[in-house]
Design a protein around this ligand. Structure first.
Ligand code: BES
Ligand code: ZN
Ligand code: ZN
Length: 487
């Protein structure tokens, strides 16, 4: 990850290998007008072009990036990332994107760190000519450089973007190398290496403890795997906490579908199914690093969903943590079962608000596309707060209703209190949320269905790499600062 700093230098005098220069329209082109025109740089938002500075600037290479006349923070986050991704073989960049304020400086810093992410843990080291110089440092050029609010914004950006990158790493790890015990251990190691003292406490329940604690949902899903399930709980309890936020994440390290097995292509990306747990853990660590005055209890509900001679069958009934019974009718709808126990624990912990994050349904992807997460909630005000946080963070989310008729359907099991799977194939994301709502009592709760945005199976764009995206982390950190009333 490059280190990011601030400077009041002018773009032409900044010392760096590459100058990234934002162009907001013809006036911004100045002496470069002819060069940019010859390169076919039309100024269409997001466009980039690269050329030697020819002595016009100290930096030997310029990357021009087109900006709108009045770029938003998200425009700048994307532009910074896009430009940084096109840097090849340079160690230092100076970034001149004309931030209008400190929020924009923060967005640029986030874009730099998010855009430089690469997952190469399993790539052999490049040989000879293929060896690349990594970007080591970036300096953002702004007149605000000497203001402490700007320095703080850059520090905050580093914390948040590194948390996003941590979540990406977990999602990208091959599922055979991140089975439930591995994931739990990796979370424990991450917490202790990221925080100095014991600001965040970690507790891990193994399968025996889960049985003692009557977590029948997590156990039922993990039953078919040789690698038994885990529940990892993180607690951050600052003395000045003004509110208690519980986060619950779906942590299916691999979703084969279980006995209701998926098709080959359907399961090929299912290592992503722990992206919700990755997001809540990474966000909790970031919230603690930032010292936000909000108590956070995060539950990573971790299991591997596999078929076997002893896997949970369609027709089986599970005894859940909150005392209710659930008839399983499709073992591929496993996320709601592990989340239900986490949600019940969050209610027991007397949280003021609960947010769960889950790659829950293909239906949500059908409804909102691959880049927008669904927000489903029991409380309109709280849903509004979450939506506002997602906007401020630059993550695309949109509310979906929990349609009235779903309640009766969730209660229509002939043998148990609840049924886990809707006999009708419509509104799958809504039914899943109606099921989860049964476990949150009266606590204001929002469910983020990130099935689409958690993974990018195409080429990298803006700050979104191929593979795990780390979606949810930025919204959760914003939400915590919103609830804490600080920035
Ligand atoms: N993990 C999947 C949901 C998913 C699908 C995530 C595509 C990311 C991309 C989930 O466990 C699942 O299999 N859901 C089923 C539910 C159905 C059986 C009611 C689905 O969406 O098909
Ligand atoms: Zn599934
Ligand atoms: Zn799943």
């Amino acid at each position: 990850m490059p280190s990011v700093s601030l400077s009041t230098s002018k773009p032409t005098t900044a010392r760096a290998d590459v100058l990234i220069l934002g162009i907001r329209g013809d006036e911004d082109k100045g002496e470069l007008a002819e060069t940019l025109d010859l390169l076919g740089f039309s100024g269409e938002k997001g466009q980039t072009t690269r050329f030697p500075s020819g002595g016009l600037a100290k930096a030997p290479v310029v990357i021009a990036v087109a900006l709108p006349a009045e770029p938003t923070a998200e425009d700048l986050r994307r532009a910074a990332a896009r430009a940084v991704r096109s840097v090849k073989n340079a160690a230092t960049v100076a970034v001149a994107l004309h931030p209008a304020g400190v929020d924009e400086v923060e967005a640029i810093a986030e874009g730099i760190t998010l855009g430089s992410y690469r997952y190469d843990a399993y790539k052999s080291a490049p040989q000879g000519d293929a060896q690349r110089i990594e970007l080591a440092s970036a300096v953002i050029l702004t007149p605000f450089a000497r203001q402490t609010t700007a320095t703080k914004a850059v520090e905050r950006a580093a914390t948040v973007a590194e948390a996003v990158n941590t979540a990406r790493d977990w999602v990208n790890t091959p599922p055979g190398d991140l089975r439930p015990a591995d994931f739990a251990e990796s979370i424990t190691a991450h917490v202790s290496s990221s925080l100095g003292g014991n600001e965040v406490k970690v507790s891990v329940w193994d399968d025996k403890r889960l049985a003692k604690e009557r977590c029948g949902g997590i156990l039922g899903v993990g039953r078919g795997s040789d690698s038994p399930p885990r529940l990892v709980t993180l607690t951050y309890e600052p003395a000045d906490a003004v509110s208690h936020l519980a986060l619950v994440g779906k942590g299916i390290t691999f979703d084969s579908g279980g006995l209701s097995i998926k098709s080959g292509p359907g399961m090929s990306t299912m290592k992503i199914d722990m992206a919700g747990a990755a997001a809540v853990v990474a966000a909790t660590v970031a919230i603690a690093q930032l010292g936000l005055p909000v108590r956070v209890t995060a539950y990573a509900c971790i299991a591997e969903n596999m078929p076997s001679g002893d896997a949970t069958r369609p027709g089986d009934v599970l005894h859940m943590r909150n005392g209710s019974t659930v008839e399983v009718l499709n073992t591929d709808a496993e996320g709601r079962l592990v989340l239900a126990d986490g949600l019940a624990l969050a209610v027991e912990a007397e949280a003021d608000h609960i947010v769960d994050v889950a790659t829950l349904t293909g239906a949500c992807v059908v409804a909102l596309g691959e880049r927008t997460s669904g927000i489903l909630s029991s409380d309109e005000d709280f849903a509004g707060t979450v939506l506002a946080s997602s906007r401020a963070a630059g993550e695309s989310m949109w509310p979906l209703p929990i349609a009235e008729e779903m309640k009766a359907s969730v209660h229509s099991s002939n043998v148990a209190d609840l049924r886990q799977h809707n006999p009708k194939p419509y509104g799958g994301a809504l039914f899943a949320a109606a099921f989860l709502r049964e476990f949150v009592g009266e606590v204001p709760w929002a469910h983020l269905d990130i099935a689409g945005p958690s993974f990018n199976d195409g080429a990298a764009y803006d700050y979104t790499p191929n593979g795990g995206t780390g979606v949810g982390v930025r919204t959760l950190v914003r939400l915590a600062s919103e609830l804490a009333g600080v920035r």
